[in-house]
Structure formats: structure tokens, C-alpha cells
Design a binder for this molecule. Sequence first.
Ligand SMILES: [Zn+2]
Length: 174
Amino acid sequence: MQFCSDCGSPNQRSTPEGDTHERDVCTDCGKIHYVNPKVVVGAVCTWDDKVLLCRRAIDPRRGFWTVPAGFMETGESTEQGAIRETLEEANAQIEVTDLLAVYNIVRLSQVQIFYRAKMLTPDFRAGIETLELDLFPIRKIPWDDLAFPTVHWVLNKAIDVKDHPSPVIPDLRG
Ligand SMILES: [Zn+2]
């Protein structure tokens, strides 16, 4: 961050006293600008053993398939965020059942949290960030056209791999 968010003066990289990390510190008012990881929340939503997948209408990875997920907002819990993202991207009503996975994407400074969820009705409709969407039987999951490694990982975790062996999953963590 080049300029102070409070007074607009230039920032300078330095380690505040008692801190362990370099920060952008205002050269005028001394404000310390902390930057912390962002939280992504999502849900693997099912109806009758089928998984709800959305084809992304936005970059990055436009045109590729994902589960409903997005950045957590202030004022909501991670479960509420997963429910909201599913409503926004898929217009689907869900009930969160349990935590599936937490992934650290250190390279992107993200923590991604995914829940298992049941659709309350079989209804869905593309939201503004979705080109199209559908309920996929497990054997029809488009493994080669998934948007992100975490979508691979979490789908793999959500399904019974004994019954439905999935392809090799790229590991791009770190
Ligand atoms: Zn300042």
C-alpha cells in the first residue's frame, strides 16, 4: 500500500516496535497498515447424490466449473457465507451439514473453508457470476474442466472414492 488510508501521506515499509513482520507504516501519522489473509467460503451441495456445479462467468478461470464459493463478508459466519454464496451464484437454498475441508493457499494469502450441504429443494438458477449450472452425477463430474485445485480436492473429499475413483489431483499448495 503506497499511501496511508487515513491521511493520504506516503507509507514506508518498516517493522513496528515489538512486531515480527514488515508493514506499510505511514510516514506522517504513523498508522500501521496490517494485511491479513482473506477467507474464502464454499459449499459442496448435493441433491439425490448429485453435486451442484457452476460454470464461472467471471475471471479468473472463466468458463471452468466450480462449487459455489467466494470471499467471506464482514458480519457473517463462515456457514452463513457459504449459504449466501450458493444463493448468489446458484439461487439454491441449502442447509450446511458439516465441515469438509480447510485449505491454506499461502501463495494467494487465502484460507479456503468448504462445507458439505444439502439442497433444500432441487431448484437452481444461474446467478450473475455463473454462465450455467447443473446437478452432476458423480461419474459425470468434469474433472478436467474444474476451475481450481481446491475444487478438485474438496470434491474428491466429498465423494466416496472407493466407489468413484477420481483422477489424479494436482497439488499446487504453498
Ligand atoms: Zn497517515
